[in-house]
Design a binder for this molecule. Structure first.
Ligand code: WTA
Length: 651
């Protein structure tokens, strides 16, 4: 069923278990297993209790309106403001002077924003946006490195009711252009660069290129981070962030937003070449991120919580900014690379700020494993009390290494399964309750009704595998794909009527623990980043030398999966290493460096069924050096035999 099934069979042999450390359980925010049953008896009442812990300008009338399924409405009639909930409501007590954001730049500079500081900076920038004519409902594209202005910009947008669309700084100018056009943003916020491994990422060049010619963007706000683009400001269009906020009032009334008003959109890869703008709204999204942060990360008043993700991805939205700040937590943010200036940078940060919680991706953990224990061993990491992972399945060795060498054998590891679409974590342990099994995301969060189904929609019981689905709506679920309601219904709700289809495969063990197996669609998970094979394929065929292309994800020890492209060249084009290099660069330029294929294989023809469908499954067999699976439906079996001869033994 999935590309990873073989590799993950072994995973179900895993029989080590880790019950909650008694001391941890004794102080956990939630330690009574009865919460599961309670929540599942009445999920709406369960979620409403969390929503009630937020500040509402106007209470809701109805918890859930599912009458127009799959278009859900949560906390209908209620009004609130996300920036008010993440900032203002913390200002009346001892949190006022608490660190909200601790930020460290790659060169070693650092800044602390208390909640009061954050309030002031967000208000000033919100006023700045208004002065540019941004109004409630207007979309704002944010293309920033990991600098404090990024969460400030998000919260300012939320304050005035302008949905943000953040584009990860690794995306190319062309990807940025597509997203700006789809969202019709009239303002873009960018920087003159960001630091990465001692180099400057040229964000302003990309930003400029993305709005050349016809564009909805009227103004560009530029953060001065690297002093690298002082000569690139375009009069009348570009304005420095520091100039924009210089004389703004220090307060800005938060806009009362309907619970179902859009908070943000975030583009993610699907099975077509065109990324989809996933829409999240206000009340439900905040309820979901608030609740899961509180229970899964067990957030306490004195925690120093660090999520190492980039805010350009959903993990950063939900678990650097909205979830932690709604809880009044201290959230750490780091700008740069984990190996700059040395491979101990993360652990130096843990020691320096006394981080108590660390949330990162399995691909990072596997990299640290390869680098060796000497790097964490250089630092006192006794402040840590809880660890988390996200983004891809974690192999048990990596889990146990993380537990031992980062957590010192005392910190529960919460493996959190979720998606851009789900807004918040869906399957994860509750660290004061759940006995952990390395490699398993364990159980659905209370109030979430997950299940595994077979092709026909029959539920798979313990011991079986199939497609992971969510049976009932949940507060932080996506409300749609921006501008494309049909694709929303088609993509997520048509495999099984009225049931959310995740596109992930999973197994249940005998104790009903979930073991995630990876995507079952044409999405590749490279270093915990979602890349669509279709997007890479269209980037390749966009090159004049290429006639046809097919991409697959090959298992990769560190990245989880690596992109391998099979390419047929146009008749007059000769095969050479130079062509390979050119094509890799072409893809990086079209989409972004994270989509650069690891390998490009030349094929005289691609293996297709008699109806012309490319059989990627067989290409995976070739790339992973396996015996070929069933080839009887191929139009011409010789095509794939030849590829196997040519490339099959490389691995
Ligand atoms: C995968 C990231 C296994 C999965 C939050 C999902 C995971 C996709 C896990 C979503 C996990 C995420 N175990 N697989 N703990 N977390 N995934 O939208 O395939 O960037 O569908 O959201 O990542 O990726 P996205």
């Amino acid at each position: 069923m999935t590309q990873n099934t073989g590799a993950f069979e072994a995973l179900l042999q895993e029989d080590r278990t880790y019950p909650p450390p008694p001391d941890f359980a004794a102080h956990a925010n939630i330690a009574d297993p009865a919460v599961y049953e309670e929540a599942n008896r009445d999920p709406q009442a369960f979620w409403a209790r969390f929503a009630g812990e937020l500040d509402w300008f106007k209470p809701w009338d109805t918890v859930l309106d599912w009458s127009n399924a799959p278009f859900a409405q949560w906390f209908v009639g209620g009004q609130l403001n996300v920036s008010y909930n993440c900032i203002d409501r913390h200002l009346n007590g001892p949190r006022k002077n608490k660190a909200a954001i601790i930020w460290e730049g790659e060169p070693g500079d650092w800044q602390v924003y208390t909640y009061r500081d954050l309030y002031r900076e967000v208000c000033k920038f919100a006023n700045g946006l208004k002065s540019l004519g941004v109004e409630k409902g207007d979309r704002v594209t944010i293309y920033l490195p990991m600098v404090p202005e990024l969460p400030i910009a998000m919260l300012a947008c939320a304050r005035i009711g302008a949905p943000h669309s953040i584009v990860f700084g690794g995306f190319s100018a062309e990807s940025l252009r597509d997203r700006i056009e789809d969202s019709q943003s009239k303002v873009m916020i960018t920087a003159d660069g960001g630091w990465r491994r001692g180099n400057i990422i040229p964000l302003k060049q990309n930003a400029d290129a993305s709005i050349e010619g016809d564009t909805p963007v009227e103004n560009v706000v530029v953060v001065r981070r690297t002093a690298h683009a002082d000569d690139m400001m375009q009069a009348g269009r570009d304005v420095w962030w520091h100039d924009l906020v210089a004389n703004q009032p220090l307060t800005c009334e938060p806009e009362p937003m309907d619970s179902e008003d859009m908070l943000f959109m975030l583009y993610t890869s699907g099975t077509t070449g065109k990324p989809k703008g996933i829409v999240h709204t206000t009340g439900g999204y905040l309820t979901g991120t608030y609740a899961t942060s509180k229970w899964i990360f067990d957030l306490k008043e004195d925690d120093v919580y660090w999520c190492t993700a980039d805010i350009g991805w959903v993990t950063g939205h939900s678990y650097i900014v909205y979830g932690p700040l709604a809880n009044g937590a201290t959230s750490v943010m780091y700008e740069g690379s984990p190996d700059w200036p040395d491979r101990d940078r993360f652990w130096a940060i843990v020691e320096k700020y006394g981080c108590t919680i660390c949330y990162t991706a399995p691909t990072a953990i596997r990299t640290f494993m390869r680098w060796g224990e000497e790097y964490p061993n250089r630092h006192d990491m006794s402040s840590l009390r809880l660890l988390g992972t996200v983004g891809e399945p974690i192999n048990p060795e990596a889990w146990v290494w993380y537990w031992q060498h980062i957590g010192g054998g005392r910190c529960p590891v919460v493996d959190t399964w979720w998606q851009t679409e789900t807004g918040a974590v869906m399957i994860a342990p509750l660290p004061g309750i759940t006995t952990l099994k390395p490699g398993s995301a364990t159980q659905a969060f209370p109030g979430i009704e997950a299940a595994i189904l077979d092709e026909q929609g029959n539920e798979i019981g313990p011991g079986g595998g199939g497609y992971l689905v969510i049976r009932q709506p949940w507060p932080s679920m996506l409300r749609g794909i921006y501008g494309d309601p049909e694709r929303f219904v088609q993509q997520y709700w048509s495999n099984y009527e009225g049931i959310y289809f995740t596109s992930d495969g999973a197994k249940l063990d005998e104790e009903s623990y979930y073991w995630l197996l990876g995507r079952v669609d044409d999405v590749i998970n490279v270093s915990a980043h979602r890349i669509s094979t279709m997007e890479v394929e269209s980037a390749l065929v966009d090159n004049l030398k290429v006639a046809e292309a097919a991409c697959i994800g090959r298992s990769h020890e560190v990245k989880g999966q690596a992109i391998v492209a099979f390419v047929t060249l146009k008749d007059q084009v000769g095969r050479s290493d130079a062509v390979i290099a050119e094509l890799k660069q072409h893809v990086a330029g079209k989409i972004g460096p994270m989509a650069r294929p690891d390998d490009i294989y030349f094929a005289a023809e691609l293996p297709k069924t008699r109806s012309g469908k490319i059989m990627r499954r067989l290409l995976r067999d070739v790339a992973e050096g396996r015996a070929l699976g069933d080839t009887t439906t191929l139009a011409d079996p010789a095509v794939v035999e030849m590829l196997k001869e040519q490339y099959g033994d490389e691995e």
